[in-house]
Design a protein around this ligand. Structure first.
Ligand SMILES: Cc1ncc(C[n+]2csc(CCOP(=O)(O)OP(=O)(O)O)c2C)c(N)n1
Ligand SMILES: [Mg+2]
Length: 287
């Protein structure tokens, strides 16, 4: 977790929801974390972060009986960062996240969006794309994958008028680093939505993750955007957006969408992406 520490010289407290990140980095008796780290539930990650910020503010207000080894100066500097998957962000943790943002909690919430409930075997979440075959929205005779589009989480959170939010991918790593630094060093609630390939459940080659991220951006499926002080900013615009097939290919969860019988569903997905992009362009213009 040196990268997180590199974005700030200040002390960090991490709150980590149940999810793949927590599973991979905290298997007993070892841990990858070199910071204070709290494992929370899906539903209360943002509430736990909010509680930490509340305790910090109460200590600062009283100005006495500080926890041993902590000065007011250190307390002021602590960066609180919460991590959750899309299940813990878009679905189960949304109420706590909305509340924490509305209360002005001084923290950064980072969603690692792999578009489904992955460490339990790919159940669909509201981040799963239209048409994706998951264990709870399979592709078969009755339906051809998920029948509803992704939830617009950045739109929902931007409606809270928080000071900063951004969407990023690990393929655009300099953009991601800049956004992480910005989010962590901005006072008040901030949010990052980071596209996170999952070869196990997307059924893609393990070395294809970065290519998939690039195609997600080039097809406008995953726009690189920021919302800051009420203004939308588009960080990248493809000269000519690639057709959605470029993103779908190589991921067996979408294999059926490339078959003739599902052309209508694939077109629906393309239309949805183009419409969202158009709206985004309008938002950046009126901002
Ligand atoms: C309230 C609750 N429901 C179900 C579970 C079982 N569960 C553990 S992890 C997980 C999937 C998490 O999905 P996501 O938040 O997207 O994280 P990912 O595993 O994809 O990183 C589920 C369903 C749980 N721990 N708590
Ligand atoms: Mg997930």
């Amino acid at each position: 977790m040196k990268q997180v520490l590199a974005t700030t010289k200040d002390p960090v407290v991490i709150v980590n929801a149940t999810g793949c990140l927590e599973i991979c980095t905290s298997a007993y008796p070892q841990t990858s974390w070199e910071t204070p780290w709290i494992h929370s539930l899906f539903e209360n990650t943002a509430a736990v972060a909010s509680g930490i910020d509340g305790a910090r503010k109460a200590f600062l207000r009283k100005g006495k009986n500080l926890p041993s080894g902590l000065t007011s100066k250190t307390l002021e500097k602590i960066k609180i960062i919460a991590f959750a998957g899309d299940g813990g962000t878009y679905d189960i943790g949304l109420q706590a996240l909305s509340g924490a943002i509305e209360r002005g909690t001084d923290f950064t919430f980072i969603c690692l969006d792999n578009e489904g409930y992955m460490n339990t075997g790919y159940q669909r979440s509201s981040a799963s794309p239209l048409g994706a075959a998951t264990s709870t929205s399979p592709s078969g005779k009755i339906i051809s994958g998920k029948q509803t589009p992704r939830k617009d989480i950045v739109g929902i959170l931007a409606a809270h008028n928080l000071p900063y939010l951004a969407q990023a991918t690990p393929a655009n790593h300099l953009d991601l680093m800049r956004k992480a630094e910005k989010a962590i060093n901005t006072t008040g609630p901030t949010f990052l939505n980071v596209f996170s390939p999952c070869p196990t459940n997307w059924k893609s080659a393990t070395n294809a993750g970065i290519e998939i991220c690039k195609n997600a951006v080039e097809t406008n499926f995953w726009p690189l955007i920021e919302f800051e002080d009420g203004k939308w900013n588009l960080n990248y615009q493809a000269r000519q957006r690639k057709p959605i097939e470029e993103f779908l290919k190589g991921q067996k969860r979408f294999r059926h969408l490339l078959q003739k019988k599902n052309v209508e569903l694939k077109n629906r997905l393309q239309t949805e992406i183009d419409l969202r992009w158009k709206r985004l362009l309008q938002l950046t213009k009126i901002s």
